[in-house]
Design a protein around this ligand. Structure first.
Ligand SMILES: NC(=O)c1ccc[n+]([C@@H]2O[C@H](COP(=O)([O-])OP(=O)(O)OC[C@H]3O[C@@H](n4cnc5c(N)ncnc54)[C@H](OP(=O)(O)O)[C@@H]3O)[C@@H](O)[C@H]2O)c1
Length: 234
């Protein structure tokens, strides 16, 4: 499956995106990943080179369509094709709705929701050529609302609806689409510093193995929406 295949992961400098990059690289897939800052992208690229030299870090902000188009051009210039797109970049700001600022709202919607659209918009013609795969990372917060979650819930419910509708459009071109809705993952999300206290959580590598399993599935089947949780939440 993985021979000559190429993946692009948004937000791969740390956390889930980094874990997915690591597992795909270990399994022979070429990986391009993005992040907003050159310094962080270079650092992650260096760390990922221990798993394979078929890795490319690109500086891109998913809130900017032109930036995503440039990122896809770099992927094609480097690897010649694009098979798998994982729209992962995201952030969470958790506050009561009356305290959430317009700027914080826009940051979440533009990154978590508009960003997954821009990433697909920039890559869809390449995915048509390879009959590829488009995966988004939503959250269990895309199905369950909670206190202080307005902006995050709205963005992640949006990603679920967006990906499911895109799945119906894209399968006409033999492109598959899946939305993954993880529970708690041991990452830097929301200022967390991963440590021993997070050992009960899903680990970034678990997300990588899930993505690999999805990509390996028989072409005739499509897991279009996946809830993925820790088996023993603390
Ligand atoms: N951790 C959890 O418990 C959990 C659960 C469910 C879903 N998720 C979702 O999983 C995804 C990844 O989060 P994470 O937990 O891995 O958090 P993380 O450790 O904070 O990593 C976030 C990644 O997204 C990138 N990013 C943020 N804004 C970006 C932008 N505008 N353009 C490009 N890249 C951007 C960051 O890169 P730079 O900072 O280098 O730009 C970083 O690589 C998010 O969509 C999040 O909502 C997380």
């Amino acid at each position: 499956m993985s021979e000559n295949k190429v993946a692009y992961i948004t937000g791969g400098t740390k956390g889930i995106g980094f874990g997915i990059a690591k597992i795909l690289l270990e399994n022979g897939i070429s990986v391009a990943f993005s992040g907003r800052k050159g310094e962080d992208v270079m650092k992650a690229e260096k760390e990922l080179q221990q798993y394979s030299d078929k890795v490319l870090g690109v500086v891109s902000d998913v809130r900017n369509l032109q930036s995503e188009e440039e990122a896809i051009k770099s992927v094609i210039n480097t690897f010649g094709r694009l098979d798998f797109v994982i729209a992962n970049a995201g952030l969470g700001i958790f506050k009561p709705v009356d305290e959430l600022s317009a700027e914080e709202w826009n940051d979440m919607i533009e990154t978590n929701l508009t960003g997954v659209f821009y990433t697909l918009k920039a890559s869809v013609e390449e995915l048509k050529k390879t009959e590829g795969y488009y995966i988004t990372i939503s959250s269990l917060a895309g199905a369950n609302f909670f206190e202080n979650g307005t902006g995050y819930n709205a963005s992640k419910f949006g990603v679920v609806g967006f990906t499911q509708a895109a799945m119906i459009d894209l399968r006409k071109y033999n492109i598959k689409a899946t939305v993954i809705m993880p529970g708690s993952v041991a990452t830097h999300f929301n200022g967390n510093v991963p440590s021993e206290k997070d050992s009960w959580k899903i680990q970034p590598e678990d997300m990588g193995n899930l993505v690999l399993d999805i990509l390996k599935m028989n072409p005739r089947v499509l897991p279009s929406k996946i809830e993925f949780r820790a088996s023993k939440p603390s």
